[in-house]
Ligand binder design. Structure first.
Ligand code: IVH
Length: 672
């Protein structure tokens, strides 16, 4: 029999060995950088095996003796934090900081308070769990209560110790949560974007996004290449015993091997405000991005006495910096064509660094906005990053009235089709429709999407690639392109290609309603597509319909009618449709089962709630019987079916002398 002390010693050694072997697995399999020889590794594993046998306790499935290696995971596991992570209330001016200090003074009944001023690093918060000094779990902040397990990724960050450095390991809490910010330096961010640019990948907008994107990689080897860094600024579970104040805690965290930021103590409001001003001055020279100053009451005892409101402590506040503004020159105003053909003016500027990001383009939103801000080629403008992300022109300085103002395009800058402006709207649009290449990608994506032609396997990436390679120039090309050409491209096997081909074949039989929706005509979504299909019955009739007959369709008003008319009036749109038909696309109106149904051909409106049927289902069913259910009562309505709590529609129907039926009759019609 072993004594209790002997058993405990064995258990402790087992725990230690499991942690150590897991770390070596990770270094070997994930980082590809083993720290010990294979022989040493085997020795550790054998020792663990024999101790597990000796102890007689059940061996858990995740013991290194039971699993081989550390393969990359496929999803992030959710981890509950030992203690919730709070967030900070924001202050934007001196008055708000004054109020914060006053609340603390009032709450504590004393005015000899000492604050610590820390830069607010712009990265993402993580919670590091150390058990007996060894890092076991690292999780993102998540909702503050639980986050995503990013342990493997965090282990690649140089500034995060796997083991806390300490002279007295026994004095460490059994579990200690260390909190801080994972960030990317300005230099690492610039270098990363340069590489991404060279490799044709989209650059990250700012270091914070880059840090977040890099940390949330399923393959930790990618994170390892990203040069992330870390500053510790707090503790959770097990942390209180370490120190009596924030300033003391930071020293302790530094002694454990963490990087900490330079901070400043402030005993008065003016001292806090001056710490803020000093940091604001220093901001551009710091090697990493910060977005404010965090003021924390230093003493833990006083922090505890103040407590928290909702999710923010009363003892700390973030004094945010104003969005950085810089001036630069506009080189030109260019016109960008969006998905739906909207043409937007964009300022092309002399590249300038705003809050750590080099900016050379800023949207001017629309012509009115461009004119209001008086933006023109040669203008000196003030630029800032709205919400610190999207660059925007704030105003023009020293407006030169005689300077040449941007010419508003009369033709699409991409496809040269004429430009139109819808009354009451600020945007100008390209009339090029399906033949405009700038609109093409989005149009194609819409065409093959689920609610439209539903071509499975034809994802966004493939569509974009086919457009970029010049393989798809309009919708008709989708059916004309020879997909066997794709075998030469990497990533797509023959099986995948065959699947795409059969999905395309299947899509040729989609009903007319879906086909009309797929064409991407402005204002024609799936409901209008269905109304048109039901009303006209076949594609030719829709294409030939004049505005008056379009207006006769339930739910179609003048704006929609005009849009449909102008779409089919364009020769290039008609041409694309003819090519689609020639390729075998056969849009057919959904067969109407029972033409002898009493409501066949009738325009009906359902209103109110029905006890035994769902209104939507009822509408669908009536549609399949040849009825034309619509949403609003008008002179075109043949019948109103009113359920409980029918409101204004019932009143309107009575006013117009329209026949009104109830739920009982509805049930009879549904069960026809
Ligand atoms: S203290 C209760 N200190 O800002 C205090 N946070 O909204 C909790 N942050 O999620 C945080 N630098 O991601 C603290 N020196 C600093 C910080 C800091 C950046 C971030 C952190 C937190 C957010 C607060």
């Amino acid at each position: 029999m072993k004594t209790t002390a002997e058993s405990e010693a064995i258990d402790q050694r087992i725990t230690h060995l499991r942690t150590e072997i897991r770390e070596h697995n990770y270094r070997y399999y994930t980082l590809d950088a083993p720290q010990i020889t294979d022989a040493e590794y085997d020795r550790l594993l054998r020792e663990l095996e024999s101790l597990e046998a000796e102890s007689g306790a059940p061996v858990p499935d995740d013991s290194p003796t039971r699993i081989v290696g550390a393969p990359p995971s496929t999803t992030f596991t959710s981890r509950k934090h030992g203690e919730s992570l709070l967030s900070l209330a924001n202050a934007f001016d001196e008055a708000e900081i004054e109020a914060f200090v006053a609340r603390a003074v009032d709450g504590l009944g004393r005015d000899d308070l000492s604050f610590i001023a820390e830069p607010k690093v712009d990265g993402l918060a993580v919670n590091l769990r150390y058990e007996h000094g060894a890092l076991t779990i690292a999780a993102t902040r998540g909702d503050g209560i639980s986050g995503e397990d990013v342990t493997d990724n965090v282990r690649t960050i140089a500034g995060i110790p796997w083991h806390l450095k300490t002279e007295q390991p026994d004095a460490l809490p059994a579990v200690l949560e260390v909190r801080g910010e994972v960030y990317m330096s300005k230099a690492a961010f610039a270098a990363l974007n340069e590489v991404r640019d060279a490799e044709g990948e989209a650059p990250f907008a700012n270091p914070r996004n880059a840090a977040a994107g890099s940390l949330r990689q399923l393959d930790a080897r990618i994170t390892a290449k990203r040069k992330l860094a870390f500053f510790a600024y707090g503790v959770g579970l097990g942390g209180r015993a370490l120190a009596d104040s924030q300033s003391e805690l930071l020293q302790k965290l530094q002694s454990f091997g963490f990087a900490i930021q330079q901070t400043e103590m402030a005993d008065t409001l003016p001292a806090l405000l001056s710490a803020y001003q000093k940091l604001l001055q220093k901001r551009p020279d710091l090697p990493y991005e910060i977005d404010g100053l965090v003021c924390k009451l230093d003493s833990f005892e006083l922090q505890d006495r103040l407590g928290a409101v909702a999710r923010s402590p009363r003892w700390a506040i973030a004094y945010k910096f104003p969005a950085e503004e810089v001036t630069t020159t506009v080189r030109d105003v260019i016109w960008q064509v969006g998905r739906t053909g909207v043409i937007t003016p964009v300022a092309d500027m002399q590249p300038v660094s705003v809050g750590g990001v080099v900016v050379s383009r800023a949207t001017l939103h629309n012509i009115d906005e461009m004119q209001r801000k008086a933006v023109y080629a040669g203008a000196t403008v003030v630029v800032r990053r709205a919400g610190d992300v999207i660059p925007e022109v704030v105003r023009t300085l020293n407006i030169d009235e005689s300077a040449e103002k941007p010419v508003i395009p009369t033709h699409c800058p991409v496809c040269a089709a004429s430009v139109f402006r819808i009354e009451g709207e600020v945007a100008i649009r390209c009339s090029g429709g399906l033949s405009c290449s700038a609109q093409l990608k989005e149009r194609l994506r819409h065409f093959v999407s689920r609610g439209a032609m539903d071509v499975e396997g034809m994802g966004d990436k493939l569509v974009a690639r086919l457009v970029d390679e010049g393989k798809l120039q309009n919708i008709a090309d989708i059916y004309e392109f020879d997909y066997r050409e794709l075998t030469d491209w990497s990533g797509l096997g023959e099986k995948k290609i065959a699947n795409i081909q059969s999905a395309l074949e299947a899509s040729k039989q989609r009903p007319l309603a879906r086909f009309l929706h797929a064409l991407g005509i402005r204002h024609v979504g799936s409901a209008t597509g269905a109304s048109l299909a039901t009303y006209f019955g076949d594609l030719d009739a829709v294409m030939e319909a004049d505005e008056a007959s379009l207006l006769a369709v339930p739910d179609i008003g003048p704006e929609v009618a005009a849009s449909i008319r102008s779409f089919f009036a364009e020769a290039h749109n008609r041409d694309v449709i003819h090519r689609l038909l020639a390729a075998g696309v056969q849009p057919a109106a959904e067969s109407v089962a029972a033409t002898d149904h009493p409501l066949a051909g009738k325009t009906v409106v359902l209103t109110g709630s029905f006890a035994s049927v769902n209104r939507r289902h009822a509408q669908e069913k009536l549609r399949s019987f040849g009825a034309k259910p619509t949403g609003s009562v008008s002179a075109k309505t043949d019948l109103l079916i009113a359920g409980e709590k029918a409101g204004s529609k019932l009143g309107k129907a009575r006013e117009l002398g329209i026949e009104v039926a109830g739920e009982e009759e509805l049930l009879t019609w549904l069960n026809w």
